[in-house]
Design a protein around this ligand. Structure first.
Ligand SMILES: [Zn+2]
Length: 418
């Protein structure tokens, strides 16, 4: 196979190094040559794509994907029949790839097999979508996040997109069921959450024994584990039990920050600020009261502060998260990059490194995914303009001239365009 030679590109290679002019060769699904300078190597039968000075960068990684969420409220989602639900999930996967996200680390799917089946179809090349690590429904305890009785139904009749389990035995059972169905990941809801649960976000309804039971199954089944951990205590429990991906962590205190720093080579933090940001700006939309918005504003302010500390401590903080609600619709994933720059004060370079190279590490393929170098997987974006100068460019699908995943063009350059 002759592959592709992308010439005349401004290469942003994901390492954090300043962009440089050059050419990139792709053979089969790998990058085989990176040639700096204006003069490209001979084509040797490759299809030549003249980038015309556009930015060539690694494909983006969504660190907290919910492909099975359907831009609906949790209540509506609970009532979505499986047939419609699978199709929505398949459409979301294509949309995510259309947005330049070539990898997705799933932070739960609302039915046990949505991610698993989607992943199988994507890997077989039957439907377009990002590289996917599949998850099952969030595992929560009675009254925890996802088990809120908003409809005021009698006991035990609350519909939920989570799996509710109490005590080590029940937790082991749901984890084993998900392992049996073929997930790569588990998601545990350790802490509460603002406005959606009988436990506020600084409380920790899941017990240590329940977390330990889930981790026992995860180790036996070789699953990786991510957790919803807003409270300081939940961060401590997660770290003690070897949970690798910690979402939110906004109430982390100095003790939790010390523990995160001590574990920084083996853990990732995903603040997933999309919802918090949107709801802090709700101004009466989506049924959010002024009081509710003020609460989210406080949570956003505390997140900005705590994430600044995490950055200084060298903890890997990744953009992405919780797109798939009415206030964070699918297709707007790259707004999270803007949140990192505009709200959290990350540089555009640090944000892009987090969304590419660190994303590759999160996906379990360090040095192989999320970087442009010989031997790396050929997941590439050709972007009109300079995302370092204007991070919002990545929210414009028209600016993505080429999207390549695994050496195959998902979006080919338009003919006749330089
Ligand atoms: Zn989530």
């Amino acid at each position: 196979m002759a592959g592709y030679l992308i010439t005349n590109a401004r290469i942003l290679d994901g390492s954090g190094k300043a962009p440089f002019a050059g050419a990139v060769r792709v053979e089969a699904n790998r990058i085989t040559e990176v040639t700096p300078g204006a003069a490209p190597p001979p084509a040797r039968g490759a299809i030549v794509i003249d980038a015309g000075g556009a930015t060539l960068m690694p494909g983006l990684v969504e660190s907290h994907a919910h492909l099975g969420f359907a831009d609906m409220t949790s209540q509506e989602l609970t009532r979505l029949p499986p047939e419609e639900h699978m199709l929505v999930t398949v459409r979301n996967a294509k949309l995510m790839l259309d947005c330049g996200y070539t990898s997705a680390f799933s932070a739960a799917s609302p039915k046990a097999r949505l991610d698993v089946v989607l992943k199988r179809e994507i890997e077989a090349g039957r439907v377009p979508g990002p590289r996917l690590l599949a998850n099952g429904p969030e595992i929560t305890v009675t009254g925890g996040l996802g088990d809120t009785n908003m409809l005021h139904l009698p006991h035990h009749e609350t519909p939920t997109f989570c799996w509710v389990a109490d005590g080590a035995e029940q937790i082991r059972r749901v984890c084993r069921l998900l392992a049996r169905e073929g997930v790569d990941l588990l998601k545990l809801n350790l802490s509460g959450d603002a406005g959606t649960s009988s436990y506020p976000s600084d409380q920790t309804p899941m017990s240590e024994a329940e977390v330990a039971a889930a981790m026992e199954v995860a180790r036996a089944a070789q699953l990786r584990v991510a957790a919803h951990c807003r409270s300081a205590e939940s961060v401590m429990v997660a770290l003690r039990h070897g949970i690798e991906v910690i979402y939110h962590a906004n109430w982390a205190d100095e003790r939790a920050l010390d523990a995160l720093e001590a574990a920084r080579d083996r853990i990732f933090v995903g603040p997933a600020l999309g919802i918090t940001y949107s709801l802090s700006q709700a101004a009466g939309q989506w049924g959010v009261t002024a009081e509710g918005s003020a609460g989210f504003e406080r949570e956003l302010a505390v997140s900005v502060e705590v994430l600044g500390k995490m950055r200084k401590r060298g903890i890997r903080v990744l953009p992405g998260g919780d797109y798939g609600f009415p206030f964070t619709p699918h297709g707007t994933y790259a707004r999270d990059l803007w949140i990192f720059v505009k709200i959290l004060g990350f540089s555009a370079m640090d944000t892009l490194v987090a969304a590419t190279r660190l994303g590759g590490e999160l996906m379990g393929m360090p040095g192989e995914l999320g970087v442009i170098k010989p031997g790396a997987l050929a997941d590439l974006l050709l972007v009109d303009g300079d995302p370092l100068a204007d991070i919002t460019i990545l929210q414009d699908r028209h600016a993505l001239r080429v999207i390549m995943k695994d050496g195959a063009l998902h979006k080919a350059p338009e003919k006749g365009r330089p």
